[in-house]
Ligand binder design. Structure first.
Ligand code: KG4
Ligand code: ZN
Length: 370
């Protein structure tokens, strides 16, 4: 099954063609980072306008990349290429409403015009699927039951998948996402936007991780925001950013070395929070794999710590290729080609779902853990 995927949930306009869920024939992404840079964060109006301008060209690039013998750069667009597509898949949530609507409208229009099925995809579930696009990944069927951690600018959540297609939310952030925490800190430290890569870079030059002690994202039982989730499987990053603000007021850094050490300590607090919850979840159940997805999964220190956590639990760590860590459409087309998503007439009736949840909220059953 060959699927054309479309993704516009935040600030990347993306399209891709994937065969049978994992073979990426093409992947085109237009990143809006430069447009949002002057504002230090994503501006929804600018994002949706740019999606409108770019989405047709990005879809054409993906089709050209998959079907033109001259590759994505050359070749006159041949309408016969549409015959090579079996379905159109698109993100319908979660994300920015005004951005989602651009991709969903484009996908509905294409599916109706081409008379091909439309498949609606949950963006978070697609981030989990991104690890299976890697050439050295096991076949999806061999990786379950699976624990996933999705960490990006908009999301931080732990999801348990007993089998393909079945998701249970077992933990999440109660406020800021990990990427947001990186971006806000980088702003305070004068490191620019997006902040995650900048903090990753300067932290790697620091002599120590413990120049400052930042809170490690703990949440208290009884917090109504927890819902059915356990406090020790959730994180809160908003206090971390406030702690950094107070620290910088008390002890403003006077050289680049100082900034690097503060960035490293801040990064360590986020990484420690993510590693601790991951280790707890891995101890609770016999997972066969631990999948890490989302833009923050590019963080080098996080990768090192989570590999240690996975090794200690005797579980295989699955990482996405760098080009599929951030938002992309190959993960959308891939999940659709593996049988995921909303299908049939229900898909054509989909509206955007900015706050779409992933699976039922479940507290981890720790009764079987040592
Ligand atoms: O998945 P993504 O591209 O878009 C969202 O869906 O949000 O993630 C973007 C986020 C940004 O917050 C960015 O700062 C963060 O991922 N990020 C990183 C790194 N690379 C990107 N955070 C930490 N370390 C990195 N190396
Ligand atoms: Zn994302």
């Amino acid at each position: 099954m060959v699927v054309l995927g479309i993704e516009t949930s935040c600030d990347e306009s993306a399209a891709a063609v994937v065969r049978d869920g994992t073979a990426v024939l093409s992947s085109a992404v237009f990143s809006q980072v430069a447009l949002h840079q002057p504002y230090g964060g994503v501006v929804p109006e600018i994002a949706s306008r740019s999606h409108v301008e770019k989405i047709s060209g990005v879809i054409r690039d993906a089709m050209r990349g998959a079907f033109s013998t001259a590759g994505s750069a050359g070749g006159v667009f041949d309408p016969a290429w549409w015959d090579g597509i079996d379905a159109v898949a698109v993100t319908y949530g979660p994300g920015l409403a005004s951005s989602l609507i651009v991709g969903l409208s484009a996908a509905k229009g294409l599916a109706l015009r081409l008379n091909k099925p439309l498949i609606g995809i949950n963006h978070i579930e697609a981030h989990i699927h991104s690890v299976f696009l890697s050439p050295d990944a096991p076949p999806p069927a061999e990786a379950f039951p699976l624990l996933a951690l999705v960490v990006s600018g908009g999301h931080t959540c732990w999801i348990e998948m007993p089998r393909p297609g079945e998701c249970r939310l077992i933990g999440q952030t109660l406020d800021d996402a990990a990427g947001e925490a990186f971006d806000k800190a980088a702003k305070l430290l004068g490191l620019g936007y997006p902040g995650g890569p900048a903090i990753d870079r300067v932290a790697a030059t620091a002599g120590s991780f413990d120049a400052a002690a930042f809170p490690k994202g703990s949440t208290r039982p009884g917090n109504p925001a927890l819902g059915a989730l356990r406090a020790d499987m959730c994180v809160s990053f908003s206090g971390l950013k406030t702690a950094l603000m107070h620290y910088l007021r008390r002890r403003p850094p006077d050289n680049a070395e100082c900034v690097a050490e503060i960035a490293a300590a801040y990064q360590e607090a986020i990484v420690a929070a993510l590693a601790e919850r991951s280790a707890r979840a891995l101890r609770a159940c016999d997972y066969r794999a631990f999948a890490l997805g989302g833009g923050v999964s590019l963080n080098r220190r996080l990768r090192v710590r989570l590999r240690q956590v996975a090794d200690a639990a005797g579980v295989r760590l699955l990482l996405a290729e760098p080009r599929f860590c951030g938002d992309n459409a190959a993960m959308i087309a891939g999940l659709a080609g593996s049988g995921g998503g909303v299908r049939g007439l229900a898909a054509l009736g989909l509206d955007v779902a900015p706050a779409l949840e992933t699976g039922l909220q479940m507290s981890v059953d720790f009764s079987s853990s040592a």
